[in-house]
Design a protein around this ligand. Structure first.
Ligand SMILES: *[C@@H]1O[C@H](CO)[C@@H](O)[C@H](O)[C@H]1NC(C)=O
Ligand SMILES: *[C@@H]1O[C@H](CO)[C@@H](O)[C@H](O)[C@H]1NC(C)=O
Ligand SMILES: *[C@@H]1O[C@H](CO)[C@@H](O)[C@H](O)[C@H]1NC(C)=O
Ligand SMILES: *[C@@H]1O[C@H](CO)[C@@H](O)[C@H](O)[C@H]1NC(C)=O
Ligand SMILES: *[C@@H]1O[C@H](CO)[C@@H](O)[C@H](O)[C@H]1NC(C)=O
Ligand SMILES: *[C@@H]1O[C@H](CO)[C@@H](O)[C@H](O)[C@H]1NC(C)=O
Ligand SMILES: *[C@@H]1O[C@H](CO)[C@@H](O)[C@H](O)[C@H]1NC(C)=O
Ligand SMILES: *[C@@H]1O[C@H](CO)[C@@H](O)[C@H](O)[C@H]1NC(C)=O
Ligand SMILES: *[C@@H]1O[C@H](CO)[C@@H](O)[C@H](O)[C@H]1NC(C)=O
Length: 500
């Protein structure tokens, strides 16, 4: 220990720059792909359920500490890796994982995971179905539906949960009555997940119902003050519906901004929307997306003057209080900023420098445990000693993000997406031809009148009725869901105390 430490001090004193971490040249595609490959392999070193025969465990990281949602997040990172690098090595694992967790209604509701399933958790799996559709990932084997249908099933679940009894709308964090902590918390990640799925379905399908919902969800979120458009587009964590959403938890997390920015960029990419008078225009959506980029740049980047444009988790990283969930969050902001710069190209000039500097710093952090394990704090110039699946995921996502341009524009329904069989390697390695959504015209809007802006689409009932949940519920802490914001924690601790 002592000699290592003094060698390090000597090195610093002599100004020696040790080559540390994963080597990365951000101008060299081969170098980026190699770096991503190392990070992806490191991430999957945490995945030990590859060939498990335990029911329901295929696709899942070890839980605890990695709750159900984070496994979904991992496959999202791996789908992007598959598409951006053209490396098909993990394609079978991705397919097996996504199909194993689809659930009986093909909507990522797993009966044995209901205690770990809030709206946000379901979203982290559901966005993978959108990505699979947009990137031409092979469809699930028959009789399973294609990825677009899976995403639409989740959308229908969520639209059915929209609850106007309080706060004039919104989704609560939790879904099931058995999961008491968070049933009264209307939070950004849950509504943001619904927003992003609606926006991507709107772009993918051209169906105005989805666009109307994306408008409604944004308007609600901004209306209650969770997106603070007049204050640098800050995205706050959540709000208490027992107070009709008048009190707000002002914590800011990278993934909340990330979830919304990509939905806004998808809306900006729809060339013409005319479904309802209150709908925002594509240029409104571009400025919203740009506002979220600006807000993110101000809050989540450049933690110190020596770390310009390096991403950090502002609410916990400097003080060292980030938890297992939160170690992965930076990855999602990287993922969605990069994709946003494709769908709203005007964002690229502000997004690219943030991602390049962050990827460089993240790669340097991947110098741990003798096996390129990635660290938590990208701004220390090396490995900080704190690693795990979340850190691997964040590093992989920010490295992936430098390759987003290779994927071309995400497909739309009319552009060859959802082919039931394709040569995986060719779909992974061939950039999709840029395509734009065919205009959502007034006539197509009119044709959806029956399910239009004022009508909630039919809910596909889930098999998870409260009576069955009550009997199968396992006692677990509320921390089993994604969001760990201050108000959520307060609700959690209040719930464990006698009522005042
Ligand atoms: C990084 O890659 C670019 C493009 O291949 C190359 O021109 C440049 O020399 C590389 N830089 C270093 C330091 O290797
Ligand atoms: C590195 O090694 C550690 C300890 O053996 C292991 O737990 C971890 O999964 C490995 N990580 C990577 C990134 O390969
Ligand atoms: C999963 O199992 C298959 C079959 O043994 C193997 O080829 C593959 O490398 C494994 N994948 C991972 C990520 O361990
Ligand atoms: C809507 O919210 C109210 C107030 O929290 C609650 O009593 C009601 O059960 C909710 N409705 C649904 C369908 O979840
Ligand atoms: C609750 O909040 C909503 C949305 O902010 C508002 O429209 C409604 O009037 C409020 N209801 C009450 C009873 O204060
Ligand atoms: C649009 O989407 C809604 C919600 O899923 C669905 O009910 C409706 O049938 C769709 N309309 C068209 C024209 O496909
Ligand atoms: C949508 O994104 C594609 C890919 O970057 C781009 O070519 C196209 O111009 C965008 N369309 C609109 C309407 O912004
Ligand atoms: C974002 O920041 C840029 C550069 O500071 C500024 O020009 C632009 O007006 C900002 N846009 C929004 C929507 O905040
Ligand atoms: C940057 O500054 C911070 C705060 O002084 C320090 O903790 C960190 O190690 C520095 N990073 C580098 C790369 O020198």
């Amino acid at each position: 220990m002592v000699s290592t430490f003094s060698t390090l001090l000597l090195g610093i004193a002599l100004g020696v720059q040790h080559a540390a971490g994963i080597s990365l040249n951000v101008s060299d595609e081969v170098s980026i792909r190699q770096a991503a490959e190392t990070a992806a392999r490191g991430l999957l070193s945490y995945y030990t359920n590859n060939e498990t025969t335990a029911a329901g465990q295929v696709g899942l990281l070890t839980n605890p500490p990695y709750y159900w949602w984070e496994s979904g997040a991992m496959w999202g990172a791996m789908l992007d890796y598959w598409k951006y690098t053209g490396d098909t090595a993990y394609e079978k694992e991705i397919m097996a994982a996504l199909t194993a967790q689809l659930g009986p209604k093909n909507d990522f509701i797993m009966q044995d995971q209901v205690f770990d399933t809030g709206n946000d958790d379901q979203s982290f799996w559901a966005v993978n179905a959108m990505t699979a559709a947009e990137y031409g990932f092979p469809s699930p084997p028959a009789p399973l539906p294609n990825w677009e249908v899976v995403a639409a099933n989740v959308f229908n679940d969520m639209a059915g949960r929209w609850n106007t009894s309080t706060c004039n709308g919104g989704l609560t964090w939790q879904i099931y009555a058995s999961n008491v902590n968070g049933l009264n918390y209307k939070n950004s990640i849950s509504n943001g997940g619904f927003f992003q799925i609606a926006a991507r379905l709107a772009r993918f399908t051209g169906n105005a119902t989805y666009a109307d919902w994306a408008n409604r969800i944004w308007d609600w979120t901004a209306g209650v003050g969770l997106i603070d458009e007049s204050n640098g587009y800050a995205v706050y964590d959540g709000t208490d519906d027992t107070q009709n959403c008048t009190s707000i938890d002002h914590d800011q997390w990278t993934y909340n901004a990330g979830m919304f920015v990509y939905g806004a960029a998808a809306m900006a990419n729809i060339s013409s929307l005319s479904s309802s008078a209150s709908s925002a225009s594509a240029s409104d959506w571009t400025s919203r997306a740009q506002g979220l980029v600006n807000g993110s740049a101000a809050t989540f980047f450049s933690p110190f003057p020596n770390a310009t444009n390096v991403m950090f988790e502002a609410a916990c990283e400097k003080v060292g209080t980030c938890d297992t969930d939160q170690f992965s969050f930076k990855g999602f902001l990287a993922r969605w900023l990069s994709k946003s710069s494709i769908l709203a190209p005007a964002l690229a000039s502000s997004v690219d420098p943030l991602l390049e500097a962050s990827a460089r710093a993240a790669a340097q952090s991947c110098d741990g445990l003798g096996n390129s394990s990635c660290g938590t704090r990208w701004w220390v110039g090396g490995f900080d000693g704190e690693t795990g699946a979340g850190q691997q995921m964040s590093a992989l996502e920010v490295l992936d993000s430098l390759l987003v341009g290779r994927a071309g524009a995400p497909l739309t329904a009319g552009a060859g997406a959802g082919a039931s069989s394709s040569s995986a390697s060719s779909s992974a390695t061939t950039a999709a031809a840029p395509t734009t959504l065919s205009t959502v015209t007034s006539s197509s809007a009119a044709s959806t009148t029956a399910v239009g802006s004022t009508t909630t689409p039919a809910v596909s009932a889930t098999s998870a009725t409260s009576s069955t949940i009550t009997s199968s519920v396992r006692a677990e802490p509320a921390s089993s869901s994604v969001d760990m914001g201050g108000l959520a924690s307060a609700i959690q601790s209040a719930a464990s105390k006698p009522a005042v």
